[in-house]
Design a protein. Structure first.
Length: 345
């Protein structure tokens, strides 16, 4: 209740006052997007990954360009290495998972406003027809005509579109922290009951390596998001190491000019066992989806905070999250009531 009261109080303040209160700053703001929705164009997969419509994304990028200083991944790396300092109001725009939306919907907007971006790629997906498991699960439940489904100890009604949506969201939340083998067993059990979905793969496709390389050539920084996007806390040490090492090999092979030593934890699930491996591979930064204020020199560079953007968020949420006062409040209340697994928008 106290958190809500303080958040409501800050939320009623003019955002420009909170920006002024940031003082001389020294803060790195980081936002994370996943997918963008273009009205009139096909969309398939889990809608929970939608960060914004293209029009809203345009407004958000324009806001960041007008009130803050967009910085590149290279500038952040230089600042972490104490080779340079970040400008006041620094904000870094990032994308996870490398959906094709980044190229078709986001990149034209970023170009128009001359805003740099950092794209985190799970390297087993480009150049294949693989789908992310959450997109397949969502589509399988959306399309089924079964009245109910039971997987392990969980039963869900599927008798209405709303019920199917709730079931998909619940299963995806439950399965994200699982080890890959357990997750695959549950996915197969679900598909045996409801059938394999018919998916417009182009509507939820990942970029090809040629497209990733083209974005890198155009100026988008490319970072590592593991190889197969597992929940790292659920895997054994050898698998964790292999996910990072092979993913890094992939990036160096396909985008040597655009690869930057930055990593993003899949699902935002932090695993400190990754830190020594990342250091050995030359990575200097790792990003979470935890809320908070990144004061370089004080924040662990392998636990950098990011503010996830969601299509269902109120329009004023992003301007608030970009202020140090509000972000600091969210971090403190998050520490008081820690989450076992950070959530997507």
């Amino acid at each position: 209740m106290l958190r809500r009261a303080v958040e409501n109080l800050l939320g009623r303040m003019p955002v420009y006052l909170l920006r002024v209160a940031d003082g001389r700053d020294g803060v790195l703001r980081v936002v994370v997007y996943h997918r963008l929705l273009a009205p009139g164009q096909p969309f398939a997969g889990d809608p929970h990954l939608l960060s914004a419509t293209v029009a809203e994304f345009d407004r958000q990028i324009a806001y960041m360009r007008r009130h803050y200083t967009p910085v590149s991944a290279a500038q952040v790396v230089a600042a972490l290495g104490k080779e340079a300092s970040l400008p006041r109001g620094a904000v870094l725009v990032t994308f996870d998972d490398a959906y094709r939306d980044v190229l078709t919907h986001a990149w034209p907007v970023l170009q128009r406003y001359r805003v740099p971006a950092l794209l985190f790629v799970p390297t087993a997906f480009p150049g294949t027809d693989r789908l992310f498991w959450w997109d397949e699960v969502y589509e399988a439940l959306r399309q089924t005509d079964r009245p109910q489904v039971r997987v392990t100890n969980h039963a869900f009604a599927l008798d209405t579109p709303a019920a199917r949506h709730r079931a998909a969201r619940a299963l995806i939340r439950l399965w994200r922290p699982l080890a890959p083998a357990a997750l695959e067993d549950r996915r197969q059990a679900l598909l045996e009951q409801v059938g394999h979905p018919r998916i417009d793969r182009a509507a939820c496709a990942v970029l090809s390596w040629a497209e990733v390389a083209a974005l890198a050539t155009a100026g988008v920084a490319i970072g590592l998001h593991t190889r197969t996007h597992p929940a790292l806390p659920a895997v054994d040490p050898a698998t964790l190491e292999a996910e990072l090492e092979t993913g890094d090999v992939d990036l160096r092979a396909h985008v040597p000019s655009g690869r930057v030593p930055c990593f993003a934890f899949p699902y935002g699930f932090v695993d400190d066992r990754a830190k020594p491996v990342l250091r050995r591979l030359g990575y200097v930064a790792a990003f979470t989806t935890l809320a908070g204020v990144n004061r370089l020199g004080r924040r662990d560079p392998y636990r950098l905070c990011r503010h996830a953007v969601g299509i269902d968020h109120p329009r004023g949420r992003l301007p608030l999250n970009l202020t140090a006062a509000y972000a600091g409040l969210r971090e403190r209340t998050q520490t008081l009531r820690p989450r076992t697994r950070p959530t997507l928008p």
